[in-house]
Write a protein that binds this ligand. Sequence first.
Ligand code: PMT
Length: 399
Amino acid sequence: MSERCIVLGVSGGIAAYKAVELARRLTREGYRVKTVMTEHATRLVAPLTFESVTGQEVSVSLWKEPGKPMHHISLAREAELILVAPATANLIAKMASGIADDLLSTTLLAAECPVMVAPAMNAAMFRHPATRHNLEVLKKRGVEVLGPASGPLACGEEGEGRMLEAEELLEAVKRRLAIRMDMAGVRVLVTAGGTREPLDAVRFLGNRSTGKMGFALAEAASRRGAEVVLVSGPTWLDPPPGVTFIPVETAREMMEAVLSEADKAEAVIKAAAVADFAPVRVREGKIKKERAELLLELERTPDILAELGGRKRPGQVLVGFAAETEELLENAREKMRRKNLDMVVANDVSAEGCGFASDDNRATLLFPDGTCEELPRMSKKRLAEEIMDRVVGMLGRRE
Ligand code: PMT
């Protein structure tokens, strides 16, 4: 039997029946699955069903495990990962508030391993501000929230609140457990988002960058054990847990923050869309619209990446992005050479569903020795992992 133990938490939602299939699949993948059920869950599915498919004892009570007075602690220590599926609104609320009044909630409070939850509930309960707030609290603490999906619900209504299928949850678990701690002890500086260059008291010149790509990079590096500093232009995204976050607004502010952090970093990855031009003069107050036309005088902003390339210290890995709408590879190669980069991520930002603001991206990775790797369209989170794999490889070769 595998040493890799997963605790499967099952709370009292109708979707508990789907957790049986999940437990079966996880067991077939070779994991040792220890099921912890709430009392309510046992009214929907018998513990014996989980025991039969996993071949492991099922725990329900804090008090009724003979010879195991500290069962919640031993379960939390043994688990490489805890997945709660289904996670009811009540269990999510307890987790968010740190309430520990049964075996499952107590085990979750004692857990130091990765925790994932698969919410399942009525759509109105899922939409409720309390549930939204509780899920945000959990995300900020690093709990991975899987789903829910939209579709027909057990209550007969349609909407968001369906637990993801066993297949999807299994993939999420495998992905999470496959993550290596191969960046432990490495300091990484990431930039994200677009800068804003003020025109007057209320207007600015900006771009469509949301920060999704840079935040995915920061999250990927942090999950692999790196110490991450994330410098970002304005965005509505929450910084990933454990990352040092430095919010900035203009290209000059980004330059200051980046230059003060760059020397300490072994790897610098610049995904930010920095404005290339800024107004020469910021007008006081609001520019009046009575005039027939308005001519703006713009000046070049500092090229932060070129500056970093010029002062790169031995062993440091410097990665830039190239956002292009034409002649992708030629332009990207020219940027790599001019800015003294170790890798450039060339993305064609005119491609449908990729580039600025989308969840997906399509990139070609270029290296100074002339090699290039064309990657298929994938999520920005997946692309971030691909980039980190290359960064880890380059850092390793320089040790
Ligand atoms: O934020 P998202 O919505 O997820 O979108 C992601 C993205 C499209 C913004 C991202 O994938 C991307 O391509 N980022 C780089 C955008 C860009 O500014 O490209 P560029 O080709 O203009 O600049 C080349 C490189 O120089 C970039 O690494 C940029 O950070 C850097 N640069 C540019 C200008 C400047 N003044 N200083 C810089 O450091």
